[in-house]
Design a protein around this ligand. Structure first.
Ligand SMILES: [Fe+2]
Ligand SMILES: [Fe+2]
Length: 321
């Protein structure tokens, strides 16, 4: 009896210790406060220092032209009526903005976690500033979504990102988030800004890009001076394998938008659409960019392991449907 209660006490103490250890909630589904809550005016005053008159934009959901998604070459798109075409483009645009919104939301949590894990004052200062910038980015993006984006549901990529932030160690997080994902984000946001039909959204993206290039650059500096433990290496490979798989399967979001407007397509039409969207070539291009980013920034061993898993090779169209 005594021995049992001692054992229980030890277990309880261990549990307490674990509860005291750092846990950051990535906050994918973190709710917002009511519109009239007093915290809003304090927050607005702080954000206005950064955004000035752009704190309140009278903005609508941005659009991208059909060419941007390679939809102009797709027979099913060409045969759709004008309103169906517009709805498909609206859905594709909305998916882009929603994806950006939750990435920025996760960015706030990332800055907080990295600040807590910092080992020198300048490192902590950098991550505190970064967390603030991600909070501003979140506000910049949410203004373009209905209901300030509060109803946006996470997709599998967001879940991967949230899991990674909650469970990753300091060195793995710098490499995956700042070197790979933010490095990748630079070219992604630039393409979005260059092709967006909304001048207001392009402007906000270009402002965000200035901060993101600093976030990426700092990650590169840190990564080059740090060694990965073998546990970090395993973690990085397993996360990046899952991330790359989301690219290996091609433009699923566009296929999904087309089918949700035109109904489920027969397999042969789906295959034709996938090829018309140039799915495999686009995936190859993205995968090569990511591989180069890793290789150039201290990730040679990671690339070697991902090469062995064929993670940089797109799946053939038939396997993506
Ligand atoms: Fe950001
Ligand atoms: Fe960032």
């Amino acid at each position: 009896m005594n021995a049992d209660s001692n054992t229980n006490q030890t277990n309880l103490a261990e549990t307490d210790l674990q509860d005291l250890s750092l846990h950051v909630n990535a906050g994918l589904l973190m709710p917002g406060v009511d519109e009239n809550h007093k915290i809003r005016s304090m927050l607005n005053a702080a954000a206005k220092k950064q955004l000035g008159d752009r704190l309140h934009l009278d903005s609508e959901l941005p659009n991208w032209p059909a060419e941007y998604f390679n939809l102009t070459d797709a027979a099913v798109f060409q045969n759709a009526n004008a309103s169906e075409k517009q709805t498909i483009l609206d859905l594709c645009g909305q998916a882009i903005v929603e994806e950006a919104l939750l990435i920025e939301k996760c960015g706030m949590a990332f800055g907080v976690k990295m600040s807590a894990l910092s080992e020198c004052v300048e490192e902590r200062m950098f991550y505190n500033l970064m967390a603030a910038e991600e909070a501003i980015h979140y506000h910049q993006v949410r203004q373009f979504l209905p209901n300030d984006g509060m109803k946006v549901q996470p997709n599998p990529f967001h879940h991967l990102l949230a899991n990674l932030i909650e469970n990753g160690d300091r060195n793995s997080l710098v490499f995956i988030i700042q070197v790979v994902l933010e490095g990748w984000g630079l070219s992604h946001y630039k393409q979005l800004a260059d092709n967006c039909l909304s001048e207001a959204f392009s402007f906000e993206l270009r402002e965000i890009l200035k901060d993101e290039s600093r976030h990426h650059g700092t990650g590169v500096i840190f990564s080059k001076e740090r060694e990965f433990s073998s546990a970090s290496c395993d973690f990085i490979v397993s996360v990046l394998k899952d991330f790359l798989q989301m690219i290996q399967v091609g433009p699923q979001a566009i296929l999904g938008a087309v089918e949700s407007v035109l109904g489920e397509l027969p397999k042969n039409e789906k295959l034709a659409l996938f090829n018309e969207l140039d799915g495999e070539a686009k995936s190859t291009e993205k995968l090569n960019t990511l591989r180069d980013l890793m290789l150039q920034n201290g990730g040679a061993k990671i690339v070697e392991r991902l090469d062995a898993l064929k993670s940089f090779t797109p799946y053939p169209a038939e396997e993506c449907l």
